[in-house]
Design a protein around this ligand. Sequence first.
Ligand SMILES: [Zn+2]
Length: 55
Amino acid sequence: MRVKLCFKCKQYVPIRENDFENSKEVSLFDKAHSGHPTQIVNKEEVASYEKWTSS
Ligand SMILES: [Zn+2]
């Protein structure tokens, strides 16, 4: 699985193709981490990062 992570906050959000709810979550993540260094990577690379939640 691919995830989008924020290097500054050490948080990530999963990316699921063709999933509307997920694309909303990803766009909220983009907003929350606007101006932070983010990157899309494989989930195996974020073992030490926390899953981001919008609530
Ligand atoms: Zn951030």
